[in-house]
Design a protein around this ligand. Structure first.
Ligand SMILES: *[C@@H]1O[C@H](CO)[C@@H](O)[C@H](O)[C@H]1NC(C)=O
Ligand SMILES: *[C@@H]1O[C@H](CO)[C@@H](O)[C@H](O)[C@H]1NC(C)=O
Ligand SMILES: *[C@@H]1O[C@H](CO)[C@@H](O)[C@H](O)[C@H]1NC(C)=O
Ligand SMILES: *[C@@H]1O[C@H](CO)[C@@H](O)[C@H](O)[C@H]1NC(C)=O
Length: 460
């Protein structure tokens, strides 16, 4: 007969509390995380995919994008030595996100009443295309989104009113500035007024690049072309990137238009043109990759292969402060070099912790390069090899946080969070803090709420 081993009382208490905590977490692992997808008629989402063949898009500088709907909107696969790489079109982040939420999110709520947040499966940037590229509609661009609002008001007034819209979110796969036109503007310029319509002022829009006062939007990573379908595949890639022989000090990938403009003696000096001339002057240390006409977007290996061979990837602002290429370089283990804080640090707090930028990136103020005579190669060469190695490790630790995994295979990523998971976490944090602020009677607090993961709820 086995002798019973006496359990000391503190341990008993601990076991009791432990089992209690297991039971409560089992009881509701979705507490605070329930999302209701508000059903919308197809004209707000799936019908908009048909726009990909619209003749007016021939006016745009990017090719028609019908083929990129394959593989749950990740685009056609690149079938060669590079598994997990696709020809992804970043414009399809909206349908991708919706399908990912619908097919994999464990805490969907069938009822809006029990949900902590409401998702609108509206393809906002696709719906903007006619206003941007179809001339007869240019002067109506202030109407972008109005039909959605009218639909919500007539069919779901209680959802709109219960938290004044502070618990509603959607994806706007674009640059916030493009949707920031004054609705009264006359004549109108390029862009729509989606982010200026008073009806939407309390919604959270997940954008790719936010304005400097982001209480309406929050930036999430641009969609790159790398989408691993399982943890072993992800780890294979990270291992490959970690071991890659990096024979070039630095790389810049950009369009030829900027290369030409940089060469023209009449153009004013700016950070891009300075980078290009410094790079052209040191071909022993620097690789220039020509990504004109979006070729690198749809043929990602053009830039990824050289990125695997470079230690540092230069990420100057272009038309917008942020670049998709910054995320590709992180995935390739190429240490990003930023020239202004709005290129990433002030944008992607949910995905790349602000307090850790020194560990995984280099910052060189653009003024020092353009006007101060600083040579980028000198700055980068001065970083000790051991430190470069440590930074590359940190970069590859960050990499899963900025990629959108391929879903649908029922694969277990064992708690590794990707860009989608972190975007959902960020939205839920933001909505919860806003709803609390309103409940407690401080509606103006919402403008000061810091919704970063590692910060306190309120800045003040
Ligand atoms: C776009 O046009 C092509 C060629 O005409 C056709 O094969 C394809 O099905 C169309 N795609 C959509 C989404 O309408
Ligand atoms: C927009 O311009 C077209 C002609 O280009 C005109 O017919 C239409 O009335 C204008 N719409 C608005 C809202 O001004
Ligand atoms: C936005 O929220 C505020 C409270 O924070 C509320 O007073 C206002 O009516 C809301 N606006 C809309 C359009 O719902
Ligand atoms: C080119 O490099 C040389 C040294 O290698 C340097 O003296 C010169 O200033 C550089 N020119 C530019 C435009 O960076």
């Amino acid at each position: 007969m086995a002798k019973a081993i006496p359990i000391p009382p503190p341990l008993l208490l601990f076991l009791f509390l432990f089992s209690l905590s297991i039971t409560t977490s089992l009881a509701d692992s979705c507490a605070g995380r329930r999302i209701h997808i508000l059903p919308l008629p197809p004209r707000f989402n799936s019908d908009l995919l048909l726009l990909c063949n619209a003749s007016f898009l021939a006016l745009s500088d990017s090719p028609p994008f019908c083929e990129f709907v394959d593989n749950h909107f990740l685009g056609p696969r690149i079938l060669d030595r590079f598994p997990c790489w696709f020809r992804s079109d970043p414009r399809f982040l909206e349908p991708f996100f919706y399908h990912r939420l619908l097919s994999t999110y464990p805490c969907l709520s069938a009822s809006a009443a029990y949900a902590d947040a409401i998702f609108l499966p509206y393809y906002a940037s696709l719906d903007a295309l006619p206003f941007l590229y179809s001339p007869p509609l240019f002067n109506s661009s202030s109407l972008h989104g109005l039909a959605l609002y009218q639909y919500l008001r007539s069919t779901h007034p209680q959802v709109l009113s219960r938290h004044h819209g502070h618990d509603i979110f959607l994806i706007l796969a674009g640059v916030a500035w493009d949707y920031n036109q004054n609705p009264e503007a006359n004549p109108v310029s390029w862009g729509t007024s989606f982010l200026r319509r008073p009806e939407f002022v309390n919604f959270t829009m997940l954008t790719l690049d936010s304005r400097p006062w982001p209480w309406q939007e929050h930036a999430i990573p641009h969609m790159t072309s790398f989408h691993p379908s399982s943890l072993p595949r992800l780890n294979d890639w990270l291992f490959r990137a970690a071991r890659s022989r990096r024979t070039t000090l630095m790389l810049f990938a950009g369009g030829r238009a900027t290369v030409k403009a940089a060469a023209s003696p009449t153009s004013r000096p700016n950070i891009r043109s300075t980078i290009i001339s410094q790079c052209a002057n040191r071909t022993d240390l620097c690789t220039l990759v020509d990504c004109s006409a979006g070729v690198c977007t749809h043929d990602p290996l053009l830039s990824i292969v050289p990125m695997l061979k470079s230690k540092f990837c230069l990420q100057p602002p272009g038309d917008t402060p942020t670049r998709r290429s910054a995320f590709s370089s992180i995935i390739a283990g190429c240490i990003p070099v930023f020239f202004e804080v709005s290129s990433a640090k002030n944008q992607y707090g949910w995905h790349l912790p602000k307090s850790r930028y020194d560990e995984f990136s280099v910052f060189i103020p653009k003024e020092e390069v353009v006007f101060g005579g600083v040579h980028i190669a000198d700055v980068l060469e001065a970083i000790p090899e051991e430190k470069v190695r440590r930074m590359r490790e940190r970069v590859l630790e960050m990499a899963p946080r900025v990629m959108y995994m391929e879903h649908g295979g029922g694969d277990d990523f064992k708690g590794v969070k990707d860009a989608f998971d972190l975007a959902i976490d960020g939205v839920l944090r933001r909505v919860q803090r806003r709803v609390e602020a309103i409940k407690e009677g401080y509606p103006n607090q919402i403008y000061f709420i810091d919704d970063e993961e590692d910060q306190k709820a309120f800045v003040f």
